[in-house]
Design a protein around this ligand. Structure first.
Ligand SMILES: CC(C)(COP(=O)(O)OP(=O)(O)OC[C@H]1O[C@@H](n2cnc3c(N)ncnc32)[C@H](O)[C@@H]1OP(=O)(O)O)[C@@H](O)C(=O)NCCC(=O)NCCS
Length: 463
């Protein structure tokens, strides 16, 4: 097509315009600008995700409940942004159905299925049928639908080598197995050829036997072997704390603490969270647990600042530390808009470079989200200045953490009084133990240098 200079209609954007024009026409100006603002805000994610490998793992219920049809649209969108996708699926309800048809009984030990010869037939049948169904759903491409022009090539294969689980507490689990090896090179070559890889929870042994595996184990082993940027589990409920509040971010340690005492977790969410911790501890950069019951939850989680589910990382994303010369760019980004509107005193790059050792910063996921500086004044006094938190990160306690750190440091350095000069945030400091003071309370030469045009309020805290 490209060689002849002809471009398919959907590639030229014509079909897209046809698909979206009625919608766009109905949009009000506010909705237009919201859409444009949102689309632009997603650009950093597109850039960061292009060429990265994501493993998306879900149980067979997502297909059984009819949720996969809508999910394919989101999967298609992820693919079109250049993300390399591997889907790992379970098939528990489909196996149960097959067992019922055969009037056979499900047998479990320690939460694991005992896969006897009949159950194994059901596993094979369920995995095969599900695979065909997933292929069909991913092949949709009706014009005027979000799947128009999708052309997703799916590939599956003998990527997983399995070994028998063996005998547990005297119970032979028969054809229930564990992952022995993942053929990462074979999966990589399929992804490099722009295929979407689908992996079922079955594996083969070198002796030619088939084993029934747990979806979570396959997902973690695959993400580990591929050094995936993300492993996303689609669960039946989000990760919530004991008071029912969504936990948007957890370090592996926090996730373990929650698992130890969390009563609000469903069995699936508990299982996926446990495996998410295992994955990040083994080097997968990020794991997510997202509810499949919320339409578009996957997109919200990946492309919006707030997300919709929980992101699990090996270590805490947040770090308070002294600033270095490499932070100048990040600090300037943070304070320049505040300087421009007059909230903070203008410093400029040169001054900042000279004074950077007085600054400390809070970083979140390697982005500087807050800063403050501690300047010595005469007479065992210090000034806390340039306290700022990025607008989208305000209200999370970062301001308070920076202030606390400033106070601790000032005490350690032997200062007895901490001053703040502020035009806009006097109440914020008063609520945190500062009192308004006269300009005359400032030590010299700060007092003489007081800027009468800015008319900042002087606040003081005795340490
Ligand atoms: C002041 C500032 C640092 C607070 O940062 P933050 O991370 O949002 O602070 P916290 O999360 O610890 O506190 C949030 C609380 O402070 C309140 N708050 C925020 N700005 C405030 C202000 N100017 N006056 C009074 N209260 C304020 C919020 O409403 C919120 O209250 P709530 O917990 O009752 O909802 C931030 O608003 C900022 O960067 N402001 C612009 C720069 C500035 O004025 N710096 C001070 C001069 S050095």
């Amino acid at each position: 097509m490209e060689a002849s200079g002809l471009v398919p209609a959907w590639q030229s954007g014509k079909r897209l315009r046809m698909a979206f024009s009625p919608l766009v026409e109905r949009m009000s100006t506010t909705v237009h600008s919201q859409f444009v603002a949102w689309f632009r805000s997603a650009a950093p994610y597109f850039n960061a995700f292009r060429g990265k490998t994501f493993v998306i793992a879900f149980g067979g219920e997502v297909v059984a409940d009819g949720k996969f049809g809508v999910l394919t649209q989101d999967i298609n969108l992820l693919r079109s942004t250049g993300i390399r996708l591997v889907l790992v699926h379970g098939s528990r309800p489909q196996i149960e159905k097959q067992l019922k048809l055969r009037r056979a009984r499900s047998r479990y030990h320690a939460g694991m299925r005992i896969t006897d010869a009949v159950a194994l037939e059901c596993v094979k049948e369920a995995a095969g049928l599900l695979r065909v169904e997933l292929d069909a759903l991913l092949s949709q491409g009706l014009p005027n639908s979000p799947m128009a022009g999708a052309a997703i090539n799916t590939v599956s294969g003998n990527f997983i080598t399995a070994q028998p689980m063996g005998v547990l507490d005297g119970v032979d689990l028969q054809y229930t197995g564990t992952v022995r090896k993942v053929d990462a090179a074979a999966i990589e070559s399929c992804l490099a050829a722009d295929n979407l890889v689908i992996i079922s929870s079955v594996g083969n042994s070198p002796t030619g036997e088939v084993f029934n595996l747990s979806m979570e184990d396959v997902a973690v082993a695959t993400a580990k072997a591929l050094r995936a940027a993300k492993l996303v589990f689609l669960s039946d409920a989000p990760v919530e704390d004991a008071r029912g509040r969504l936990m948007p971010e957890l370090s592996a340690q926090e996730a373990e603490q929650l698992l130890a005492k969390g009563k609000n977790l469903t069995a699936d969410t508990r299982l996926y969270l446990t495996h998410a911790v295992e994955a990040v501890r083994a080097g997968v950069a990020r794991a997510h647990v997202v509810s499949h019951k919320v339409d578009g939850a996957l997109l919200l989680e990946l492309f919006t600042h707030g997300g919709s589910g929980s992101m699990i990382t090996a270590d805490k994303l947040e770090r308070l530390r002294p600033a270095t010369i490499d932070d100048i760019g990040g600090i300037l980004q943070l304070i320049e808009p505040l300087e421009a509107e007059g909230t903070l005193v203008y410093r400029g790059r040169e001054l900042l470079e000279r004074e950077v050792q007085t600054f400390f910063v809070i970083e979140h996921d390697r982005l500087i989200v807050g800063c403050a500086a501690l300047y010595p004044l005469a007479g065992k006094s210090a000034e806390l200045a340039a306290l700022a938190v990025r607008p989208e990160y305000q209200g999370r306690g970062y301001g308070e953490k920076l202030l606390e750190h400033g106070e601790v440091e000032a005490r350690q350095l032997g200062y007895k009084k901490l001053f703040v000069l502020t035009t806009r945030a006097a109440h914020w400091f008063i609520e945190r133990g500062f009192t308004e003071a006269a300009i005359g309370a400032l030590p010299e030469p700060k007092k003489s240098l007081y800027n009468w045009q800015r008319r900042s309020k002087v606040l003081l805290k005795k340490l």
